[in-house]
Ligand binder design. Structure first.
Ligand code: ARG
Length: 557
């Protein structure tokens, strides 16, 4: 149930206008809704203030306490006392969910790290944003397919196999897989600067791999297994699950088809060196290379094959890619190409891009080997969280588990509380702070609400909620009414930060309430009832909202 929308709809209906024309003033004192009279005024050739005056003369809208003309605007003030029980009745564990997505499938391509390399912080962002979108869309009734599109194919495997054959040791790789493989990869790049034969050799090894050479296949499989084991550890810590993890290699066998499709269309070009491109000049983009002169396939070709496969297999409503902004051109190119090849309309595929991460350690690059391992990052967060919990609540049960939840919350919330297109920074103190804009702060607020409810020992009831009337109580009601709207907005914009910021605001208001308003010690029983119900509702919404971000909400902290 979307109460906020219903209220807005009531206003629109009475005015006889479309609901989209009703605005929500963000400045205080201008009411909950506003209707600008400029358009009508222009049509009728009368000053807007006159229109506004005329409009309100006989207007009566249910659940609206006051209607005020303020210049060219009509402002509406909701009667919170009247709607309080409607709002609080709606808040249960299903609040904010909907069936809008019934029968529709959404593929979400996220995380997608590269085999034989450590999962980087860019992949961490993709994992966090993708997982949250997955949960949000699922809660809106969509059937979601979480696809970990692993980078497990491509010329880099020629390089790695070459390096392993020259300098690798099975024992060392077994002992410390990813760092060892990374070392080999880095060494390859270092030596290739002065030894050009290496690149030729790598090309040959990759060709052999593509042709199914046994030895190379075996090495590749082994590298993949080792990497997957490492990735799984991270996914487990973050509580992430995938529905499919085919990886790029799976689509390799469909490449022929893509090339054939391209030749059937009239957008393909063969260069003098034998390479094949899809011409995108008409779309003001550089051509898309789909096959190299030596016949090797590319990332983009595999993405075209993947899109074709997904369309056929899932008939997706939307196909979402959660990948960093640096790949914008790649996505624009192949998504346009996919439409030209007749696979699917470009608008159905969305590149949900995001900015960079800066760590205190500085920027990282795999080739140079200055890599921050995700494992270490999470370890560090846990270590700090454990210290914090030890200081704050030394007697807490299950301290380790809670420290883990707090650490993950810090990392996830730090990411999701910023618009994804912006860069984010890792600042441990701020991320882990129990005050201020952080995951642990929202968790802490949730635990605080839980503890009030536990102490109260009575079941919250709706009976006396008409007693809620202070300013802060009204602000909380208003926020609660907006929750479903925020979830939808986060989905529509593919931006969970709307939800993260909302939860932060709700937590703030709740803490203001907590500090100023006695609940268990309220003046009388009916006031206590009303406030307990409010506390209960805040707890439910914080819990549901945190879940949608991918964050646990412990009862005690
Ligand atoms: N493995 C790629 C990378 O690390 C990301 C893959 C994203 N998904 C896709 N369908 N291209 O850059």
């Amino acid at each position: 149930m979307d109460i906020w929308f219903d209220l807005k709809q009531d206003v629109a209906k009475q005015l006889g206008v479309d609901v989209l024309q009703i605005e929500e003033p963000d400045k205080e004192g201008f009411g909950d809704f506003a209707f600008p009279c400029f358009n009508i005024a222009k049509k009728k050739g009368v000053p807007p203030t006159e229109i506004a005056e005329a409009l309100v003369r006989d207007l009566k809208i249910k659940n609206i306490k006051e209607i005020k003309v303020m210049g060219p605007y009509v402002n509406f003030y909701i009667d919170w006392k009247k709607v309080s029980s409607k709002i609080l009745k709606a808040v249960n564990t299903k609040y904010g969910t909907s069936k809008e997505g019934k029968g529709k499938k959404i593929v979400i391509d996220f995380s997608s790290p590269n085999i034989a390399k450590p999962m980087g912080v860019g992949h961490l962002r993709s994992t966090i944003i993708g997982n949250s979108l997955y949960r949000i869309y699922k809660s809106l009734g969509y059937k979601c397919i979480a696809d970990n599109h692993l980078g497990d194919w491509g010329t880099q495997f020629g390089k790695l196999i070459t390096a392993y054959k020259m300098w690798g040791s099975e024992k060392q790789v077994k002992q410390d897989p990813i760092p060892e493989l990374l070392k080999l990869y880095v060494r390859f790049h270092d030596e290739a600067i002065t030894n050009e034969d290496l690149l030729e050799k790598a090309r040959e090894e990759f060709k052999k791999l593509e042709d199914g050479n046994k030895e190379n296949m075996k090495l590749w499989k082994w590298f993949k297994e080792l990497s997957m084991k490492e990735f799984e550890k991270t996914y487990e810590r973050l509580d992430i699950k995938f529905d499919i993890q085919n990886g790029e290699s799976f689509y390799n066998k469909m490449i022929r088809e893509v090339i054939e499709d391209a030749f059937k269309s009239n957008i393909v070009k063969r260069n003098p060196d034998g390479s094949i491109v899809i011409s995108l000049k008409k779309y003001n983009m550089i051509d898309l290379l789909i096959q190299k002169s030596d016949g090797a396939t590319l990332y983009a070709t595999r993405d075209l094959a993947t899109l074709k496969y997904r369309k056929k297999k899932y008939k997706f409503h939307k196909n979402i890619y959660v990948v960093g902004s640096e790949q914008k051109l790649h996505f624009k190119q192949f998504i346009t190409a996919a439409e030209l090849l007749g696979y699917e309309k470009a608008e159905k595929s969305i590149h949900v891009n995001f900015g960079l991460v800066s760590l205190p350690e500085g920027k990282m690059s795999t080739r140079k080997g200055r890599v921050v391992f995700l494992e270490d990052l999470i370890n560090k967060a846990e270590e700090l969280a454990e210290k914090l919990i030890e200081e704050k609540s030394p007697k807490l049960e299950k301290k380790k588990k809670i420290a883990h939840d707090v650490a993950i919350a810090a990392i996830i919330f730090n990411d999701l509380s910023t618009d994804r297109t912006k860069n984010i920074v890792f600042e441990w103190n701020r991320m882990l702070s129990f005050e201020g804009r952080s995951g642990p702060y929202v968790q802490y607020t949730h635990a605080r609400a839980s503890s009030i409810l536990k102490k109260a020992k009575t079941k919250p009831t709706l009976k006396n909620v008409k007693n809620l009337e202070t300013e802060v109580e009204t602000e909380i009601l208003k926020l609660l009414a907006k929750y479903p709207l925020i979830v939808k907005k986060s989905a529509n914009d593919y931006k969970p930060h709307h939800l993260a910021l909302y939860l932060f605001n709700l937590a703030n208001k709740f803490n203001e309430f907590y500090q100023t308003t006695p609940v268990i010690k309220a003046e009388n029983k009916s006031l206590k009832d009303a406030r307990l119900k409010l506390v209960d509702s805040v707890k439910i919404v914080l819990n549901s909202g945190l879940y949608l971000l991918g964050i646990e909400a412990p009862e005690k902290m």
